[in-house]
Design a protein around this ligand. Structure first.
Ligand code: UD1
Length: 423
């Protein structure tokens, strides 16, 4: 298991040029949703390629608190068994650790007709409401009330399939409603569903467990409810955000990396922008090869729902643009507070101004090592990338945020030629 102690720091030596080969770990957001799906069956769910990151640990603790068995098997896969789930209330201190935890609501409600949880935690990246989740549960016949700090959803006679319109194509909202709907009576249609690859993978996993979901990958999911789901053994897809982070790092440092297992089939938007910035990228069945060239060209982009450029790559890409020739404009269209990295990069000498949901980056600038903070998982990735090209040493505090989403980060950096120490 990984450490979940707040704080921690990396000491990074700058002017690195990344080279070599790195294996992309299992996807955080797919793993977390798949772990919640295990609540839908009494049988074993065995997940391969689950990353060793702290978000997985905190969700595992939450599932255990509900009464599920969660353990790593000798081959590294994660076994989950929810036959003895004894409570349908997620403990507040555990739910506040990560946002994905709220996704226990859908499966608990669907299977047991009752679920309670405080609002989810996770990164401080904007309002992050849950209205879409709750209105989906209500549409299927649940009574949802606010009791103290908790949301309580009750459907003692079970849920009934219906047409659910998502006011916003929320990723975890779609997954939550879908996990309730797979065991509802009759047919549910989710209109304006999220189409992110991790949502598609969850559909495939649920279908492998006996669910009947069609329209996978489209904004309209049709779900025929079934009485029960069974166990499954499945593999977590490689993390497109980790792959994207390393691809950006290769370009930013003028290096060359082979990213083993990078899921480039679902990374078109990023590859398009990196090529526009001057990168050479070739893809093959086992991964992709990325080579940075000089000069890096300024490119503008918008962070959008899939298949647009992922909001989780906004901050790392913003860091890259400090090294690009000219002025780049960024629009964040998913979250209302993704700009936390801007102030940290400015401390390192970056010329970025942010105006609400937009940022203007002028480059190239020579960054310099200083003391900065990882303010959330992706803002942390942005300062880490900046530290790689900075002159001198950068101290990054609060790296527990990076531990939430990046497996063996310092170890991987060292194999790519970076001098980094964890303190
Ligand atoms: C998931 C990912 C996160 C990623 C994000 C967008 C997990 C655990 N996390 O987060 O890494 O950055 O998708 O790809 O999978 N919204 C509403 N009402 C709701 C729910 C969301 O308006 O009920 C809005 C949010 O305010 C935000 C937007 O939808 O502006 C996107 O949020 P959402 O797709 O729900 O992100 P998460 O599922 O939290």
């Amino acid at each position: 298991m990984t450490t979940r102690v707040r704080g921690g720091r990396y000491i990074v030596q700058g002017e690195a040029v990344l080279h070599g080969r790195v294996r992309i770990s299992g996807a955080k957001n797919h793993a977390l949703a798949a772990m919640c799906a295990a609540l839908l069956t009494d049988e074993d769910v065995i997940l391969e390629n689950v990353p060793y990151i702290s978000d997985v640990d905190s969700l595992a603790d939450l599932l255990r608190a509900l009464g599920a068995v969660v353990k790593r098997l000798p081959d590294g896969s994660l076994l989950l068994n929810a036959a003895r789930v004894a409570t349908f209330e997620a403990p507040t201190e555990l739910i506040s650790e990560n946002r994905a935890s709220f996704q226990v609501m859908g499966p608990l409600l669907g299977r047991y007709g009752f679920a309670a949880s405080a609002p989810p935690g996770g990164d401080v990246i904007g309002q992050r409401p849950i209205d879409v989740h709750l209105s989906g549960f209500e549409a299927m016949g649940a009574a949802v009330t606010r009791e103290g700090e908790r949301f309580v959803a009750r459907a003692p006679a079970g849920l009934t399939g219906t047409r659910v319109f998502m006011d916003y194509p929320s990723v975890s909202g779609t997954q939550n409603v879908m996990m309730a709907a797979v065991v509802a009576r009759g047919k549910t249609t989710i209109v304006n569903a999220a189409t992110e690859p991790e949502v598609q993978e969850l559909c495939h996993l649920l279908n492998a467990m006996g669910a009947r979901i069609t329209g996978v990958g489209t904004q309209m999911l049709e779900i025929d409810g079934v009485e029960r789901l069974h166990g499954v053994r499945a593999r977590i897809m490689p993390d497109r955000i980790e792959a994207g982070t390393w691809a950006i790092a290769a370009v930013m440092t003028g290096g060359e990396l082979f990213l083993d297992e990078a899921p480039w089939e679902v990374m078109d938007a990023l590859l398009h922008k990196l090529r526009a910035a001057g990168a050479e990228i070739t893809t093959e069945p086992g991964g992709m090869h990325v080579r940075g060239g000089r000069p890096i060209r300024a490119v503008s982009f918008q962070a959008l729902p899939y298949p647009g450029l992922a909001t989780d790559l906004h901050a790392p890409f913003g860091a890259l643009l400090t090294q690009a020739n000219g002025v780049s404009i960024i629009h964040e269209r998913v979250f209302d507070n993704r700009m936390l990295y801007v102030s940290e990069l400015r401390k390192m000498g970056a010329e970025i101004v942010s105006t609400g949901s937009s940022a203007i980056v002028s480059g190239p600038t020579q960054l310099h090592g200083t003391r900065v903070r990882a303010l959330d998982v992706r803002a942390g990735a942005a300062v880490l990338l900046a530290a790689l090209v900075a002159q001198g040493t950068t101290i990054i505090d609060d790296i527990y945020h990076l531990d939430r989403g990046y497996e063996r980060l310092d170890e991987k950096l060292r194999t790519m030629g970076v001098e980094v120490e964890r303190a």
